[in-house]
Design a protein around this ligand. Structure first.
Ligand code: NDP
Ligand code: 8X3
Length: 246
């Protein structure tokens, strides 16, 4: 199951896990896009189930998971990817609404999906949660404040879950990408495409597929190997705040 599979890293994961021969449950809010992706992958021989809901809506998420057809109930891998940044302003000037959306999606949405799906994994003694954190969770960068804090929470929640499932065969991975060219910056800058494009100027950024490669690797590592955390940066990115543009 991949949350936020309609774009970027989630879509990259959908395509790479499909190429790996897996059956996929794809989620996102945009039902039409999910349908188009389903058609693309189904045409290539992948079995796909789509679920359209907002991860912030706990009731809708619960309904979607509790009404999964029998053949789709035993989820082996959960990629907790749905998330976003909104705004890039000093902490003392940020928007309350943007903060709430980021916290509700990146932290509470991820927790909802974890709470709904991990009990089945523990009961079956089999499963893998791949959380999409960020380099932003390792250290704050200028004006990143609340977004960075949500990704820092993803790291702590991944570490906590890993401890809590350590007596089972369930594995937990926190993938921490740096600069990945997706719809991320368009969303962050509320549709200002020019400002978004500038984020990737002068540097070859990562792609959703680059992150998906690591997710597929972690999910297919031998059963005794737990890829706990991976930081993935573009070659000319030194840290969350050091980006060398040429
Ligand atoms: P995109 O904007 O391209 O994709 C975001 C995905 O999240 C979409 O599929 C969107 O689907 C889904 N999503 C957002 N909000 C919700 C919601 N409330 N309910 C359900 N789905 C939601 O960005 P990315 O692919 O870059 O982002 C994916 C993840 O990667 C995020 O968690 C982001 O923080 C993280 N990340 C991104 C980096 C980057 O540089 N791009 C670097 C590090 C981490 P829909 O709109 O259909 O609901
Ligand atoms: C997304 C990458 O560096 O914009 O998490 O925070 S960054």
């Amino acid at each position: 199951m991949i949350t936020g599979a309609t774009s970027g890293i989630g879509l990259g994961c959908a395509r790479k896990f499909a190429a790996n021969g897996d059956r996929l449950i794809l989620t996102g809010r945009r039902a039409q896009l999910l349908e188009e992706i389903c058609q693309e992958l189904t045409a290539n021989g992948t079995e796909v189930l789509t679920l359209s809901f907002d991860v912030r809506d706990r009731e809708a998420a619960t309904r979607a998971i509790n009404t999964l057809p029998e053949a789709w109930r035993n989820i082996d891998v959960l990629v907790n990817n749905a998330g976003l940044a909104l705004g890039l302003e000093p902490e003392y000037e940020g928007s309350f609404e943007d903060w709430e959306t980021m916290i509700d999606t990146n932290i509470k949405g991820l927790l909802t999906m974890t709470r709904l799906i991990v009990p089945g994994m523990v009961a079956r003694d089999r499963g893998h949660i791949i959380n999409i954190g960020s380099v932003a969770g390792d250290a704050a960068y200028a004006n990143g404040n609340v977004y960075c804090a949500t990704k820092s929470a993803v790291k702590t929640l991944s570490d906590g879950l890993r401890i809590d499932v350590a007596n089972s065969a369930v594995r937990v991975t926190n993938l921490k990408p740096g600069l990945v060219e997706t719809n991320f910056s368009n969303t962050r800058f509320h549709g200002d495409t020019e400002r978004a494009a500038n984020v990737y100027k002068g540097i070859k950024p990562l792609t959703g597929d680059d992150i998906a490669d690591v997710a597929v690797y972690a999910a297919n590592a031998p059963a005794h190997v737990q890829i706990a955390e991976v930081l993935i940066l573009a070659t000319h990115q030194g840290s969350g705040s050091v980006i060398v543009r040429k």
